[in-house]
Design a protein around this ligand. Structure first.
Ligand code: ATP
Length: 360
């Protein structure tokens, strides 16, 4: 278990000082696939490098299974890193690359040989064992980099955007592969990405970061269905934001009034007391929770500005009477008869209770 408490990292001093990590606290469970997700520059790599020992924090505590890590140099931490660039030795073979770390640790020859074989099998590279790494594909290099990092059996594997150099299809394949490797080895993975889909599909839990702070920690479904604040709702998935007014809180739901005057039940903001009655709030509505309907008697009405075909679904851009823009998706299914065209006057309906209230 990694315990991070009040971790702060400030680069430079005086007026040019920049705080890349600002009082970050998080506990990562052992055997967990934990993802740090956030936009470029939010501090993901800084946090990863601090765990690895390549950076010293300005303040804070960092322990692994109760043991202080900050007092240990990188090579004495039971932690290994897979870099975006792989950093393999091009003049060495696949096997030699995997063996390298074990040789540095002066492990017995027989043990090194057995571990290399096991790692080759784990990443399905046995057939390429004697190739130079300069002579294998990017996806294969990625597998070797993983095998090399896993070979010394670290307690924690840190992965800094390891899939970003791969093309779309290979990336999808390696996402499943990484999940399998984590599962089979039981090693804690701390994975860095700015790709929300990657984070949702691979992680046990996600920490969403912004500007050096953690904004929300939770399972993929939890974060997607119950974003704690506007930044999280906006960064993960596509979200429509609508102005509304809080009317009352009734049990687990809250009644709000939309700009059209229509009243709906919505989910209250997570982990916060409900907004006071009469307060203006923002509603976050996922595109898949809304549907087009007849404008008469609809929750909201507007006109269709754009219809974009995506194969599996079609996106409809609706300009609402309030001036707000709303994008929704409809799955393209055989037998779908209703065709909406640009310029049509349309109504919007939401699945009951799916809109999430965010405090203004
Ligand atoms: P990316 O996805 O682009 O890699 P990131 O979330 O990993 O971004 P970091 O690399 O952790 O971001 O950087 C966080 C902030 O700290 C950035 O604004 C960066 O410019 C700044 N930073 C990082 N290293 C240093 C340094 N050595 N000196 C000064 N500022 C730095």
């Amino acid at each position: 278990m990694i315990e991070i408490e009040g971790l702060t990292k400030t680069f430079g001093e005086g007026p040019t000082a920049f705080t890349a990590l600002d009082d970050v606290s998080v506990t990562i469970q052992s055997n967990e696939f934990f993802t740090l997700l956030g936009p470029s520059g939010c501090g993901k790599t800084t946090l990863l490098r601090t765990i690895a020992g390549f950076l010293d924090p300005t303040r804070g505590k960092l322990t692994l299974d109760g043991e202080d890590l900050l007092s240990k140099p990188p090579h004495h931490r039971p932690v290994n890193t897979v870099f975006q660039s792989y950093a393999l030795f091009p003049h060495m073979t696949v096997s030699e690359n995997i063996a390298f770390g074990l040789q540095m640790l002066k492990r017995p020859k027989a043990e090194i040989s057995a571990t290399v074989s096991e790692m080759l099998e784990l990443v399905q590279m046995t057939a390429m064992a004697d190739r130079k790494t300069a002579q294998i594909s990017g996806g294969q290099q990625q597998r070797v980099a993983l095998a090399r990092a896993l070979a010394p059996r670290p307690k924690v594997l840190l992965l800094d955007e390891p899939l970003s150099a791969l093309d779309f299809k290979l990336r999808k394949e390696m996402q499943l592969e990484l999940k399998r490797l984590q599962h089979e080895t039981g090693i804690t993975f701390v994975f860095v990405t700015h790709d929300q889909e990657e984070a949702l599909t691979m992680s046990d839990r996600i920490a969403v970061m912004n500007a050096g702070t953690i904004r929300q920690i939770g399972g993929p479904r939890d974060i997607y269905d119950h974003p704690a604040e506007r930044f999280v709702a906006d960064f993960i998935g596509d979200t429509n934001f609508l102005k509304a007014q809080m009317l009352s809180t009734e049990g687990a739901g809250s009644k709000v009034r939309l700009s059209s005057g229509a009243e709906i039940m919505a989910k209250p903001a997570q982990g916060e007391p409900p907004a006071t009655n009469g307060a203006s709030v923002t509603l976050a509505v996922r595109p898949e929770h809304a549907d087009l309907c007849d404008p008469n008697g609809a929750l909201l009405a507007g006109s269709l500005k754009n219809v974009v075909y995506f194969g599996t679904d079609t996106h409809y851009h609706v300009g609402l009477e309030s001036g707000e823009m709303f994008i929704l998706r409809r799955q393209n299914q055989p037998g779908h008869t209703q065709n909406w065209a640009t310029g049509d006057r349309v109504g919007l309906d939401f699945a009951p209770g799916t809109a999430q209230i965010l405090k203004d």
